[in-house]
Design a protein around this ligand. Structure first.
Ligand SMILES: Nc1ncnc2c1ncn2[C@@H]1O[C@H](COP(=O)(O)OP(=O)(O)OP(=O)(O)O)[C@@H](O)[C@H]1O
Ligand SMILES: [Mg+2]
Length: 511
């Protein structure tokens, strides 16, 4: 008897995947993708989303289960096979070659398909430019990837996929690193692709994105599908509950701040960016004990350079940084950290963690040479392990054990580990850059509560976030950063969202 044709472009049946460390990342997962469908895939950190996508992209082999393309079983032994089958993927952590140009990255590995047997660079550049134009992706084909901000790097990843003419597009948390404008542009582009028949699997922790853009929403938990809903038939609250298995406060309560003495006092600060342009110009700001200053602004207006200067990662070109009245400009990151400054970095994989070290090393990165973690020159293994265990428990870091390398953790759990480390020592100042980037709604609630708790303990907090909602929810005062300067400061209670947006976009300073 002839089998019925299936209505699915891509189907995963009973996919199971164990990792050698004992984790069952996918436990009999089934997922179906229809032609031209925009499927949002949600799930808490560590639920198994990236693992499943890596299997569909040929990067991991399932222990058991089956993948079907247009109803036909396929083997995807590697990503070349997936690409040949029309599957494209933009990863949670990008897979670009930083020392190569945009064009080189886009065509890498795809030369033959496009008749570029000898690397005809000029022709390739034209192709890349034409493609970028066609999809409205703003990019300089000759730029080195290492010099590009994250949003642009993601456009390179998208170009790679488009260049290979993917019919099925997998995007793993593409909006986590994008500005609101870039996010809008991305959705517009995806809608275009959808119209041309591309089917899309879209992973996000931003529930509104799923509600607004998806045709269907599938929710994973502990390696299984726990729910499937239509955006029109559900709410943010219901999705949150489905994801984490309990009710989540989407907006936390906080009392008004009781600011004390000035902890951080920045004056006339000047900082260069990598290209020797002034990224921070005559910037002044103050953060007091027990208050949260939210720094609002479109990414790329000096946030990265400001934080790097404050944490000792970048030399300053002028001005002063006073911490508790003491000049710290020019101090090393370790000196600044030992003065009681905690830092949640925006790039957790580059700055926050040493990915190949076990969790036990990552939890004492700034502290391993101090008591109780060291006795003279020898390490106190027991103390380090007890400390790590406490952080894992208190901050709900999902990991099989503390000996695995940080690389083995899911993206959100890497972030939780950094937060656990930075929140568990005596600090005066917390510099939090995008603290909830990539974490699930349950973890956002928890991290927000922890930040409020630190404020109550009298810590001064500088919060840098691309999420205006996050700034509005947490900050006591809001400063707007535009082109390296603070262009306005507001009491958070009195702020007008629209005015804030206008100022962030470089609109007139109304105050
Ligand atoms: N290469 C690996 N080796 C061992 N364990 C892994 C590996 N990759 C993922 N895991 C584990 O598998 C589980 C699922 O991880 P996965 O990355 O698929 O989660 P996720 O749903 O994408 O989470 P997030 O939202 O945080 O990105 C986690 O417990 C993770 O620690
Ligand atoms: Mg993931």
């Amino acid at each position: 008897m002839k089998e019925q044709p299936t209505p699915f472009v891509l189907e995963a049946r009973q996919i199971t995947k164990h990792f050698p460390n004992g984790v069952v990342a996918n436990a009999g997962l089934a997922l179906q993708l229809r032609p031209g469908e925009f499927l949002a895939l949600l799930g808490e950190n560590g639920a198994g989303k990236s693992t499943l996508m890596n299997i569909l992209y040929g990067l991991y082999q399932p222990d058991s289960g089956e993948i079907l393309l247009n109803g036909q079983p396929v083997q995807l032994p590697n990503s070349q096979a997936a690409i040949a089958a029309g599957i494209g993927m933009v990863h949670q952590h990008f897979h670009l070659v930083p020392g190569m140009t945009v064009t080189e990255n886009v065509i890498l590995g795809a030369e033959v398909k496009h008749g570029l047997f000898f690397l005809d660079y000029k022709r390739a550049t034209h192709q890349v430019m034409a493609l970028a134009q066609q999809y409205g992706l703003e990019i300089d084909p000759a730029a080195l990837v290492a010099d590009l901000p994250v949003g642009a790097q993601q456009r390179v990843e998208l170009l790679k996929v488009l260049y290979r003419q993917a019919k099925i597009l997998i995007l793993d948390e593409p909006t986590a690193v994008l500005t609101p404008q870039e996010t809008k542009d991305l959705f517009r582009m995806l809608q275009n692709l959808k119209k041309q028949g591309t089917a899309i699997i879209f992973i996000t922790h931003k529930l509104q994105e799923a509600l607004q853009s998806a045709d269907r929403i599938v929710v994973l938990r502990s390696g299984k599908v726990v729910g499937e809903v239509l955006p029109s038939e559900t709410t943010e609250k219901e999705l949150a509950t489905l994801m984490v298995g309990r009710d989540v406060l989407l907006r936390i309560e906080k009392s008004s701040a009781k600011p004390g003495e000035t902890v951080l006092d920045v004056r006339e600060l000047q900082v260069f960016d990598d290209r020797q342009h002034l990224a921070i110009r005559q910037l002044a700001l103050e953060v007091r004990a027990g208050e949260i200053l939210g720094l609002a602004g479109v990414e790329g207006n000096g946030q990265t350079e400001l934080v790097a200067a404050l944490t000792g990662l970048r030399a300053i070109a002028g001005g002063s940084i006073l911490l508790g009245g003491k000049e710290v400009a020019g101090a090393s990151p370790r000196q600044i950290s030992s003065l009681g400054v905690a830092h949640i970095p925006e790039d957790r994989q580059k700055v926050g963690l040493v990915l190949d070290y076990p969790l036990t090393d990552n939890t004492v990165l700034d502290l391993y040479f101090q008591k109780p973690f060291a006795n003279g020159i020898s390490r106190n293994k027991q103390a380090i392990e007890a400390h790590t265990q406490r952080l894992i428990t208190d901050f709900d870091v999902r990991t099989p054990n503390m000996k695995v390398s940080a690389r083995m953790l899911s993206g959100g759990n890497q972030q939780k580990l950094i937060i656990a480390r930075e929140f568990t020592r005596e600090i005066k100042l917390l510099i939090a850059s995008q603290p909830t980037r990539g974490v699930d709604v349950g973890a956002i609630e928890f991290i927000h509560q922890q930040i409020i708790q630190k404020r109550a303990e009298g810590v001064a907090i500088l919060l840098i976030s691309a999420e205006l909602d996050e700034i509005l929810a947490l900050a006591d005062r809001i400063a707007v950063l535009f082109r390296g300067k603070i262009v306005a400061t507001f009491e958070a209670a009195k702020v007008d969202r629209e005015e804030l947006g206008l100022l962030m976009a470089g609109g007139k300073n109304l105050h």
